[in-house]
Design a protein around this ligand. Structure first.
Ligand code: 3UK
Length: 529
């Protein structure tokens, strides 16, 4: 059996990409050339964008970036709600060889400051609703020269996205990138709280679209897709952008928070054929009395879950009530999309399934050797869509992107039937509604509150089997543990770390379990749950 660092040739399943390749030609221009100029590519509540209009506007945005002096390989941050402006800015930037970085729209001012400085983005396109969170860091961004507001009235010194487009020629050169050029970045969270920019290549988008979107989901031109996971996530970006565009299908966009009501409203209005969500949303929808066949869509044929493990119960109840399976699969920002998955017609709830065509998986023990059936090891994967590395993070890049193999930080078990079963993380990180939570970050937020002396945070399963943060705290002298204090701690964490990160349970203790060197033993607290 070959070792983890074996030098086997690339898998025969990997689509062959030409050397000269800019993804925008493959995803945008090809659809127009194939006669889909008038077909809807994106539908948001206010606008519809055809493939033809996407081609024209991405040409205009490429020209606008050039005119504003944004050069090839420089970065443009996209801080955008899911509207038709996002595909225009994303593909327009790539057309100019500029590197778009879609950023999470739920971050704090401080987190935006970090990523904008770290990336040295020279331009950003921002939804007006999100501008108040960005504005306070603007003065600390020495490289930032161009601020574009995607909707509404731009402020002083800002550009209007619509005006930039209308003033720019509708024909444009497409940058002569190669398949291995960096096309875009996505930020991935780390256990120390500092996110890392993952550099992804032009070829990777079509790899994921063919291998997973087409071969696993069977997405076709007539599909209409709706992803509750936003386009700024690698998950949402494949779901709602690259997969449907790879076959000339249509995507429905929801700029609002994907509450069960908002999601079911979209389902009932647009009748998508493919729906993508995260486990928490499926569980919340199951709790809604309105949920019925097709979850409101007359055409639903398949549902997808990723981001965290889908509890078996949730999958089974969904199939019973809604009448469609949920295809659970695991992906990561580092691998761009899903690499282990269940298959339509072959779903085993509670399992993440088997490798997607073109991907290989191995489980390795602590000694770095491959381990066998039934044992738990770290999942490492090989596939054509792995990122090139983390931006300016040599050590972390070497550890995660080890040659052809990518270390996921996930513990898995493989059973005799070849299926993989999620067994937790190798670090203390966990996911809430598909968003990372680093215990360290929540603890730091808690400790910055005047009432807190010490804090430890662990993931705890709720009644649906979904993980949420639980905090163990030691109070400063003079403070009393009560509901008023707990409510104020929750608000404090929401503001300091992010809305989904606050502890759902808080337990006050006299002290916390520690190692001889004074490190808090989170594993002991996890066992106490
Ligand atoms: C966890 C899962 C169990 C796992 C993602 C689909 O989630 C995505 O990317 P992130 O970088 O996080 C990656 C980590 O999330 N995870 C994701 N899916 C599952 N755990 N079962 C699952 N089905 O810890 C993984 O390492 O935010 C998901 C497509 C693209 C993505 N980027």
């Amino acid at each position: 059996m070959p070792g983890v660092f074996s030098n086997e040739p690339a898998s025969a399943a990997w689509p062959v990409m030409p050397r000269d390749y800019n993804a925008v030609r493959d995803f945008v221009d090809r659809n127009v050339a194939d006669g889909r100029a008038d077909k809807d590519a994106f539908i948001d509540p206010a606008h519809t964008l055809t493939y033809g209009a996407l081609q024209t506007r991405s040409n205009q945005f490429a020209n606008a970036l050039r005119r504003l002096g944004v050069a090839r390989e420089q970065r443009v941050a996209l801080i955008l709600l899911d509207t038709v402006a996002l595909p225009v800015a994303y593909w327009g930037a790539m057309r100019a060889g500029v590197v778009p970085i879609p950023l999470n729209t739920l971050l704090t001012t401080e987190q935006y400051g970090y990523m904008l400085r770290d990336s040295r983005a020279v331009a950003m396109v921002v939804s007006s609703a999100l501008w108040p969170k960005i504005e306070p860091v603007l003065a600390d961004l020495p490289e930032m020269r161009v601020v574009v507001i995607s909707d509404g009235e731009p402020g002083w010194g800002q550009f209007s996205f619509d005006q930039l487009l209308s003033e720019s020629p509708s024909e444009s050169e497409t940058a002569d990138t190669c398949a291995d050029d960096v096309a875009f970045w996505l930020y991935s969270s780390g256990s120390t709280g500092s996110p890392k920019g993952v550099k992804h290549l032009h070829a990777s988008l079509m790899h994921t679209a063919r291998l997973y979107g087409q071969q696993v989901l069977g997405i076709v031109e007539d599909d209409k897709v709706f992803s509750a996971a936003k386009l700024f996530f690698a998950y949402g970006l494949g779901n709602g952008m690259s997969f449907p565009m790879s076959v000339g299908a249509t995507t429905v966009l929801l700029p609002d928070r994907p509450t069960p009501d908002a999601v079911m409203n979209v389902m009932g209005t647009h009748h998508p054929t493919i729906f993508y969500g995260v486990p928490t949303l499926y569980a919340a929808m199951l709790a809604s009395p309105e949920l019925g066949r097709g979850a409101g869509s007359n055409n639903l044929r398949i549902c997808v879950s990723a981001g965290e493990a889908l509890p078996q119960e949730v999958g089974e109840r969904w199939r019973e009530l809604v009448g469609t399976d949920i295809i659970d699969g695991i992906g990561s920002t580092e691998m761009l999309h899903i690499f282990l998955s269940n298959r339509p017609g072959d779903v085993s709830y509670g399992s993440s399934g088997i490798p997607v065509p073109g991907y290989e998986a191995r489980l390795v023990g602590e000694d770095g050797e491959s381990i066998g059936e039934g044992d738990i090891g770290e999942l490492v994967v090989r596939g054509p869509s792995a990122g090139e590395g983390y931006w300016n993070q040599r050590e972390k890049s070497r550890k995660t992107f080890a040659g052809e193999w990518t270390y996921t930080g996930d513990k898995y078990r493989r059973e005799a039937d070849g299926r993989y079963y999620y067994c937790g993380r190798t670090d203390d990180m966990f996911k809430v509604s598909g968003n990372w939570v680093s215990p360290f970050e929540v603890e730091s937020a808690l400790i910055s509150h005047e009432a807190i002396l010490e804090a430890a945070v662990v993931g705890k399963e709720d009644d649906d089997g979904l993980v949420k943060p639980k905090a163990f705290i030691v109070l400063q002298d003079g403070f009393v543990a009560n509901d008023v204090l707990f409510a104020s701690l929750k608000d404090h964490v929401k503001a300091a770390a992010g809305p989904w990160k606050y502890p759902r349970w808080i337990e006050a203790r006299q002290d916390l379990p520690k190692t001889a060197t004074g490190k808090i033993q989170r594993f002991k607290l996890r066992e106490d749950n």
